[in-house]
Design a protein around this ligand. Structure first.
Ligand code: PEP
Length: 250
């Protein structure tokens, strides 16, 4: 059985004291809890949060990486630099990067490979716009993003990849698909992965749901057969709203 994975994407929020305080609360409150956890603070607070989560059951994640190795790339932060300060995982392909920063499947794929080559795990975000949903092409969009993002990877590398299905119309809006609708998309994503990498890889890969998940709707979403956890934005910014999702048990 796939264990649940709950990840918090802090985006561009908080100050240093707040980041350290929240990480400390999470370390305390998630001690001994069985699921898998990750938090992704803003870059400038990663080092401070790394000191807090060291030795705990919380994985440190970054929200992006450079597509290139170290060198003359003003304003970028490389996979090697993140590894160096204790980052273990990176969120890639988030819709805010796809749509605000024009990241394409090709660029995302370069970053996915870069992360894996440097020993970082990846949470690859995919998901449809509302117009895609209305047009009935959600599955096709997700399949294209899975194919593009994972292009050229080996089966072995897939062991270090998690998918986050995030319908873009659900992010930060308070709207969600029904648990059954979300589960059906998760099943189709798993089928795409099975076609590309084989049934064994598809069976083992975790597919998280993201988009306005909270403690209330989280229970029903996480109870679905193919929803293996959550990527949480807004509700990950306070321990009171994040921890109850983390403590989900079957
Ligand atoms: C996200 O942006 O990954 C996300 C899921 O945000 P929220 O939970 O705020 O909808």
């Amino acid at each position: 059985m796939r264990t649940k994975y709950v990840a918090g994407n802090w985006k561009m929020n908080m100050d240093k004291a707040g980041a350290v305080a929240l990480a400390s609360e999470l370390v305390e409150q998630l001690k001994g809890v069985d699921n898998k956890f990750m938090i992704a603070p803003p870059f400038v607070y990663l080092d401070a949060v790394a000191q807090v989560v060291k030795g705990s059951n919380i994985i440190l994640g970054a929200q992006n990486i450079a597509a290139t190795e170290n060198g003359a790339h003003t304003g970028e932060c490389s996979a090697a630099m993140l590894k160096d300060i204790g980052v273990e995982t990176v969120i890639l392909g988030h819709s805010e990067r796809r749509y605000e920063f024009y990241e394409t499947d090709k660029l995302i794929n370069i970053k996915v490979r870069m992360a894996l080559e440097h020993g970082l795990d990846v949470v690859l975000c995919i998901g449809e716009l509302y117009s895609h949903k209305v047009a009935g092409v959600t599955e096709a969009v997700c399949e294209m993003q899975v194919k593009g993002g994972l292009d050229g990877l080996t089966k072995e590398q897939l062991a270090h990849v998690t998918i986050a299905y995030e319908p873009i119309w659900a992010i930060g809006t308070g709207k969600t698909p029904t648990p059954e609708e979300a589960n059906s998309i998760h099943k189709s994503i798993r089928a795409s992965i099975s076609n590309l990498f084989g049934a064994d890889v598809a069976e083992n890969i975790k597919i998280l749901y993201g988009g306005s998940m909270n403690a209330k709707n989280g229970k029903d979403l996480l109870a679905q057969s193919d929803i293996d956890g959550g990527l949480i934005g807004g509700a990950s910014l306070k321990s009171e709203t994040f921890v109850p999702i983390c403590k989900y048990t079957v």
